[in-house]
Design a protein. Structure first.
Lengths: 324, 286
């Protein structure tokens, strides 16, 4: 296999400014064929712009984009063979669900019978076959987004790009669609890139995460790699909760509490104990700063934690820490 | 006490409004209709089948249809440019589009003669190549296009703005060319606003008097439109002819008005659409 076979998207040295505002600085990302990648970062970090550059909806000021080994930097979006799903669905309001999904195939002048068969297949795949003759205005947000996905998949795109696909949906529907997207990807195997600002969503769905902030790639890798070995304090803070112990950044669940009499560790005074079901959140004051730890109920009960008590804190021996 | 006063004020306002409309609009237009048929049906039939009237009506329709077609094509192009384009002088262009609303049609006519008359350099050059503009149909079409220029643009700009770009971008990523996207996505989405603009433009074109009066030369049986015919008949004391033609113009205007009422954004259709949108929005919240 050549490298072109394995790399679906190759972004090299892309920079982009909107007027005087720089949005992407020298961004290079490679996306492996068949992978499910999350572009994760805070809003304004440039992740949506990067996705739109890949789709051809924005032109980079510098750098190149190759899709399936072909330089696409100057190619119009309609020639890139990408599927794009917008946050607000971009449903064609004057067409039925069937008309929406068939659009890309009709534009490609496929035979009528083939279009009909393929649309039926796709509607079944996204579980909205009973809504085929409705208009987008008659669908719920989740149904519209699934229609948009079917529409994007209809043209058998080289890559599927999703821009905050679940951003406009409520938490319940979001979780359902997340799990469903994961299963769909296992079935269809199309190279997929989605943009999100929700680290939990990225960790849950993606098999690779690219963290973007301030228009630069902060880190790229498998979810557990990024969580366990963050390259910077920013990435560590963005992927999960962080607290400070002895001048180092630690995950709150990596903090060990001991009785005040313990031989080593830093002394801290408990200021608040919050019971959140099976876990207990302990807030403490350690000299000049606040620390919090996440412990199990059993640990909390064993120590008899209460406000005003003095405890010792230290990172667990196997904890990953980062200089603050 | 104050309630009684506010009720009285309400009634006073209603009476003033109705009286105002009656004096200025309903009574005069109604009288024209009344006068038209005052002498029975025969004079009306005679007037409406006279060669001059038939020619005037035919010319009016030709000029109006040409103007509407040109303004529709131009209107869609300019509206797309104003909404989607990013270029220097966009606000200036937007202001220029509205100019015909402010400038008197007579001024428009004179300006056209200055440029396209036989004695002007441009007009003379075109005439030597066999096309007469002033005192002929092309000049009348130009005058009509000018006065009805903003109507299509202003009808579709707000709808295009609300429509946004995402659906067009989605169509592009699905493989549709610019033209296909326009034809299959943009046009169907603005069709009601466009139809509204076209009907308004048509009504304005059919009723245009001032600019056309200047550039046409009012040659009977050649460059005379229905509005010019009405004036001429009236000045010639052929009042039945003038009234009959005026009634035809008024009827066309009323039909156009009814059509625009049906099409106008915020009319019944648009309301129904907004309602389903709202309902589906509520469902989304659930």
């Amino acid at each position: 296999m050549t490298s072109a076979d394995m790399t679906a998207i190759d972004v090299r040295g892309v920079s982009k400014s909107f007027g005087a505002t720089p949005v992407l600085h020298d961004v290079s990302v490679t996306i492996a064929s068949g992978s499910l990648t999350a572009l994760l970062g805070p809003s304004g970090g440039g992740k949506s712009t990067l996705l739109r550059v890949i789709a051809g909806l924005e032109t980079p000021d510098r750098g190149s984009v190759a899709i399936a080994g072909i330089d696409a930097t100057r190619l119009a979006p309609q020639r890139r063979n990408v599927g794009f799903v917008f946050q607000h669905y971009a449903a064609f309001k004057h067409l039925t669900v069937r008309g929406n999904v068939a659009f890309g195939l009709e534009v490609r002048k496929r035979p009528k019978a083939e279009i009909r068969r393929r649309v039926d297949e796709l509607l079944k795949l996204v579980h909205i076959e009973q809504l085929a003759d409705r208009y987008p205005a008659q669908l719920s947000g989740g149904q519209r987004q699934r229609m948009a996905l079917a529409r994007a998949l209809a043209v058998e795109p080289e890559v599927l790009l999703l821009d905050e696909p679940f951003g406009a949906l409520d938490a319940q529907v979001r979780r359902e669609l997340r799990a469903w997207l994961r299963r769909l990807h296992d079935e269809v195997h199309v190279t997929t890139v989605f943009v999100t600002h929700d680290q939990e969503e990225a960790m849950d769905v993606a098999d690779r995460i690219v963290v973007l902030a301030g228009g630069r790639v902060e880190q790229a890798g498998a979810p557990h790699e990024i969580y366990d070995h963050p390259a910077s304090a920013f990435v560590m803070g963005f992927l999960g909760p962080v607290t400070r112990v002895g001048g180092r950044l630690v995950r709150p669940h990596d903090i060990e509490l001991g009785p005040a009499s313990a031989p080593d560790g830093q002394h801290a005074t408990v200021t608040r104990v919050v019971r959140l079901g099976f876990e207990v959140r302990v807030e403490m004051s350690a000299g000049d700063h606040e620390v919090w730890a996440q412990v199990t109920r059993a640990e909390s009960d064993a120590l008899g934690l209460a406000v005003g008590e003095t405890v010792t804190i230290r990172p667990r021996p196997d904890a990953r820490t980062l200089a603050a | 006490m104050s309630e009684a006063r506010s009720t009285a004020a309400k009634w006073a306002m209603r009476i003033v409004t109705v009286a105002y409309l009656a004096v200025l609009l309903v009574i005069p237009v109604g009288l024209i209709g009344w006068r038209t048929f005052a002498g029975g049906l025969q004079p009306v039939i005679d007037a409406l089948t006279s060669d001059d009237f038939v020619h005037a009506l035919r010319l009016t329709v030709v000029v109006a249809v040409c103007a509407v077609v040109l303004n529709t094509v131009f209107g869609i192009t300019v509206a797309l440019l104003l909404v989607r384009g990013r270029f220097w002088g966009k606000r200036l262009l937007s202001a220029v589009i509205d100019l015909p609303l402010a400038v008197s049609p007579v001024v428009v006519g004179l300006a056209l003669i200055l440029v396209y008359g036989s004695h002007a350099p441009a007009g003379g050059w075109i005439e030597r190549h066999g096309v007469q503009i002033i005192f002929a149909t092309p000049g009348m079409v130009a005058a009509t296009v000018f006065v009805s220029l903003p109507l299509v643009v202003r009808a579709i700009v707000p709808v295009l703005q609300e429509f946004g770009e995402e659906q067009e971008q989605a169509a592009h990523t699905l493989g549709a060319s610019r033209w296909t996207t326009f034809r299959r996505i943009t046009l169907p989405s603005i069709r009601w606003a466009l139809a509204y603009g076209i009907v308004l433009c048509l009504a304005r074109a059919l009723g245009e008097y001032g600019a056309v009066a200047v550039v046409s030369g009012r040659i009977v049986g050649q460059t005379q439109t229905v509005t010019l015919y009405v004036e001429q008949e009236y000045n010639n004391f052929d009042q039945p002819g003038a009234y009959a033609a005026a009634t035809v113009l008024a009827l066309i205007a009323i039909v156009a008005l009814l059509v625009t009422k049906l099409l106008r954004p915020g009319g019944r259709r648009a309301d129904a659409e907004r309602l389903t949108e709202m309902q589906s929005g509520r469902e989304e919240q659930r």
